[in-house]
Design a protein around this ligand. Structure first.
Ligand code: ADP
Length: 448
């Protein structure tokens, strides 16, 4: 059994993990950079270790620093949260070699899914429906043109090692291919250290719908429905909801079973998300994330499960307590990502939070690590809170989100909260009529 978990992360997700540890009677260790000495995760954990200066590559991303912190504190497990080292196969492998439990899948599975070409190949073999495209990486612009001629324009050139929406180029005609191909390769090499790229059919107006799966590492896996994350800006999610508006029970069960079976076939362990683009009533696999997602609370709300608790138990070698037949959707949940950003252009807006008041009441969950007097440092992601509401149905959840946003006070810095107040007044949102481009088009209409 795990006795002490080191959380290799910061902010709201570090608190999320500390809370699960405390409820399980497991000790928690926070790590932090010098910029985070006064951060809430440092105060809330049982112990804290400073692991380096503010830049993430010298603190939260430093494998030697995190492993040393485990040695100093005697932590026998690490929870990576999301971002930072959460999908770093080398990190998981180093922990495995040191006899420290990585709370997540094996390094082998992280590596497989981190290579998006290999992941797609694997999913095809498991009969998971995939977006049409090249089979394997595409080595030259000429071959890229040949693939595109076969599947038809428009296409999208994507980095095999990609993430965070970077290194993707949409190509609408063959004369634009050479330039797009070479620039995608260049961007991929700079951002990910690998210039392997592949090609997919560009779907014009899909929705982004992802399936939450959970495996016990022994050949069993369940699915916990889907999340609709189509409301994106620059491929970054801003608002997520579960279930996806309009998705039928039969469709959910069908793609859910396919997704869980793929995970079970490799003895996948822990939480994972299989992401699809949903177009013309069909699911098309794009990638698998081998970690807890930012938006996991909407799934927790509608199923009444604690995914982090389950991650810790399964990593400890306990059986999974979630059974497919018990998983029944109750109501509707929505998450709004509150970022320290200035509208309308979303520039990061770090600084002193003079006053903070969290919304509350029935069906409201605010996951945040800020407090009155806290200073948001400029070095990290701008997410400062996740406002999650749960209601008996979608209209109730929307009304509750609007009510909760009205209660939220973050004085001193600018946030994305006002955006959601306006967004939730839109008929398209009320009726669930949106796709991955809706938000950017709406922002253009609002601000030119
Ligand atoms: P990343 O790992 O960088 O997040 P993904 O493959 O998950 O990359 O894609 C991120 C987003 O890019 C998707 O949610 C979608 O908005 C867009 N996208 C990716 N592939 C396609 C495609 N084939 N057609 C249209 N849009 C796409």
């Amino acid at each position: 059994m795990i006795t002490k978990v080191l959380i290799a992360n910061r902010g709201e997700i570090a608190l999320r993990v500390i809370r699960a540890c405390r409820e399980l009677g497991i000790k928690s260790v926070a790590v932090h950079s010098t910029a985070d000495s006064f951060a809430m995760h440092v105060r809330m954990a049982d112990e804290a270790v400073c692991i380096g200066p503010p830049p993430a590559d010298r603190s939260y991303l430093s494998i030697p620093a995190v492993v040393s912190a485990c040695a100093i504190t005697g932590a026998d497990a690490v929870h990576p949260g999301y971002g930072f080292l959460s999908e770093n196969a080398a990190f998981a492998q180093v922990l495995e070699e040191h006899g420290i439990t990585f709370i997540g899948p094996s390094s082998e599975h992280i590596r497989l899914m981190g290579d998006k070409v290999a992941a797609k190949d694997f999913m095809k073999q498991q009969n998971v429906p995939c977006v049409a495209g090249s089979s394997g990486p595409v080595p030259s612009a000429d071959q890229a043109m040949a693939v595109a001629a076969k599947i038809g324009y428009p296409v999208i050139v994507k980095a095999a090692a990609g993430g965070g929406g970077r290194g993707m180029k949409t190509v609408r005609a063959s004369e634009d291919m050479e330039f797009a191909f070479l620039s995608a390769r260049r961007e991929a090499r700079a951002a990910f250290g690998s210039d392997l790229v592949y090609i997919e059919k560009f779907l014009e107006t899909p929705r982004h719908i992802e399936i939450q799966i959970f495996g016990d590492g022994r050949g069993n896996a369940v699915y916990l429905g889907e999340r609709d994350c189509s409301l994106q800006r620059r491929h970054q999610k801003l608002l997520e909801e579960a279930p996806a508006p309009g998705l039928g029970e039969a469709q959910r069960a069908s793609i859910g079973e396919i997704s869980a079976n793929a995970a079970a076939s490799i003895n996948y362990s822990g939480a994972g998300t299989i992401e699809y683009l949903f177009a013309d009533g069909e699911f098309n696999f794009i990638e698998m994330n081998t970690r807890l997602q930012v938006e996991h609370p909407v799934t927790e709300a509608i199923f009444g499960v604690d995914l982090v608790r389950e991650q810790i138990l399964v990593a400890s070698g306990e059986p999974m307590s979630i059974r497919q037949e018990d998983l029944k959707i109750r109501g509707h949940a929505i998450e709004a990502r509150i970022n320290a950003e200035r509208l309308p252009n979303f520039e990061p807006c770090p600084g002193l939070v003079a006053t903070y008041h969290a919304p509350g009441g029935l069906g409201v969950r605010m996951d945040s690590a800020i407090y009155s007097g806290y200073s948001v440092p400029p070095h990290y992601d701008s997410l400062i809170g996740k406002l999650v509401v749960h209601g008996l149905d979608r209209p109730t959840a929307i009304a509750r989100m609007r009510r909760a946003l009205g209660e939220l006070i973050v004085d001193g810095i600018e946030t994305t909260a006002p955006l959601f107040e306006r967004l939730l007044e839109e008929d398209d949102i009320a009726e669930g009529r949106y796709n991955i481009h809706w938000l950017e088009n709406w922002l253009k209409d609002q601000h030119g």
